[in-house]
Design a protein around this ligand. Structure first.
Ligand code: AMP
Ligand code: GLY
Length: 426
């Protein structure tokens, strides 16, 4: 099979790395890819959101399956364009990708179909939003409707902060069109977990849990990032919680999308808050997580290719997949200054030594080659990912490998996986 992976981050490198191990993959391409992916795939210089160019490439190269990593091309309708040409592509249609592309759509869907989520209302008018904020009381959360590069959810501890967030979206238009509508919702307490399920439009197939580390500094301090590390599985999702999530969230979401005339084929990433009243949806994403997909791909024992292909072709999925019994941990190494401004072009050393540590693979996110030298080229630079007998062993290996890598200004969290240890007591 000839396979094309769209995207250039750690998530896509993990996908490419895993697909390259599949004997049925005869040719593997990444667009635009990165130097890490170039070890096993041919990287083609087409951006992930250049849909028409990707389509032309897939036709010329007779690609049998395209797998889309990031949300933007999905929300822009890449799947519809490929399917119109009879090309198999993994991901939801544009109308189904609204699950991530519009928080107003997702919240209304959950309300209509009884899927547990925070109490909320949606607004276009700032005065009405402020009135509702007062009815709810602080803390609360203000969310821009559309894609906002992970910056669109503002947790407000006080009503003054809520007023500022409402003004930022609806009056100052800080998020442009993405913030023309907002959701104002109840603040939920509990522990967060990421839950993944593949769906062929009718059934939901569990595809792992993980916990992300969103803030830049240890102990969940500092501003939010795209994710500074993740581990899988998430021990907080025990068998009872798992069954609850499948029964009250994943299957109802698949049914609801079908009932709305937006059949969903692809991966549903449910960002959950595990509250005292049970799991509730914080947000849906219509793609795999980054960095969560890195430890998940390491733990997946089954070949993902037939699963992705079945979803793309609308064929039935099996009822379960097999996992390796171990745990996996990914530590993100980031550029100095990230998630604020940062410099690029810093030479990176030590990756080979890091990968000599047992069970370690270094996934590239923001890297580039300059005159044959690997240099930094983004905020999140590397995802140092390790598998081990348990979380503690995986953490040990990941940090041993991190210790061998060096670039000017680098920073990373020292506490990835600590929360999982608290759960297991090991
Ligand atoms: P989102 O983009 O909706 O996933 O939100 C980003 C982050 O904001 C989440 O990972 C949570 O940490 C936090 N968050 C979002 N919604 C809520 C909520 N209703 N209650 C508490 N925290 C929230
Ligand atoms: N790690 C968060 C995300 O993929 O959206």
């Amino acid at each position: 099979m000839r396979v094309l992976v769209v995207g250039s981050g750690g998530r896509e490198h993990a996908l490419v790395w895993r697909l390259a191990q599949s004997p049925s993959v005869k040719a593997l391409f990444a667009a635009p890819g990165n130097p890490g992916m170039a070890r096993t795939a041919r990287c083609v210089p087409i951006k992930g959101d250049a849909i028409e160019e990707l389509l032309a490439f897939a036709e010329t190269e007779r690609i049998d399956l395209t797998v889309v990593g990031p949300e933007l091309p999905l929300v822009l309708g890449i799947v519809d364009r490929f399917e119109a040409k009879g090309l198999a592509i993994f991901g939801p249609s544009q109308r189904a990708a609204a699950l991530e592309g519009s928080k107003v759509f997702a919240k209304d869907l959950m309300a209509k179909h009884g899927i547990p989520t925070a109490r909320f209302q949606t607004f276009q008018d700032a005065t009405a939003a402020r009135r509702f904020a007062r009815e709810m009381g602080a803390p609360l959360v203000v969310k821009a409707d559309g894609l906002a590069a992970g910056k669109g959810a503002i947790v407000c501890r006080t009503l003054e902060e809520a007023d500022r967030a409402i003004a930022l979206c609806l009056e100052e238009r800080a998020f442009g069109k993405a913030g023309e509508q907002i959701v104002v919702e109840e603040f939920l307490s509990g522990e967060e977990a990421s839950f993944f399920a593949l769906t062929d439009g009718e059934t939901g197939l569990f595809l792992g849990t993980a916990q992300d580390h969103k803030t830049v500094f240890d102990d969940d301090r500092g501003p939010n990032t795209g994710g500074m590390g993740a581990y899988s599985p998430a021990p907080v999702v025990d068998a009872t919680v798992h069954d609850q999530v499948m029964k009250t969230i994943i299957r109802p979401t698949v049914r609801a999308m079908a009932a709305e005339g937006r059949p969903y084929r692809g991966v549903i990433y449910a960002g959950l808050m595990l509250t005292r009243e049970g799991p509730k949806v914080l947000e849906y994403n219509c793609r795999f997580g980054d960095p969560e997909h890195q430890p998940i791909m390491m733990r997946l024992e089954d070949n993902p290719l037939p699963l992705l292909h079945a979803v793309a072709r609308g064929e039935r999925l099996p009822s379960s997949v097999s996992w390796r019994p171990e745990a996996a941990v990914c530590v993100v190494m980031a550029s100095g200054g990230y998630p604020g401004e940062y410099e690029t072009g810093k030479p990176i050393s030590g990756i080979e030594a890091a990968e000599k540590v047992e069970g370690v693979t270094v996934f590239h996110a923001g890297t580039a080659l300059r005159d044959g030298q690997l240099v930094t080229a983004g905020g999140r630079v590397l995802g140092v990912t390790a598998i081990g007998a348990d979380i503690r062993a995986a953490i040990g290996r990941a940090y041993e490998a991190v210790g061998k890598i060096c670039f000017d200004g680098m920073h990373f969290r020292k506490d990835i996986g600590k929360k999982a240890l608290a759960h297991r007591g090991r």
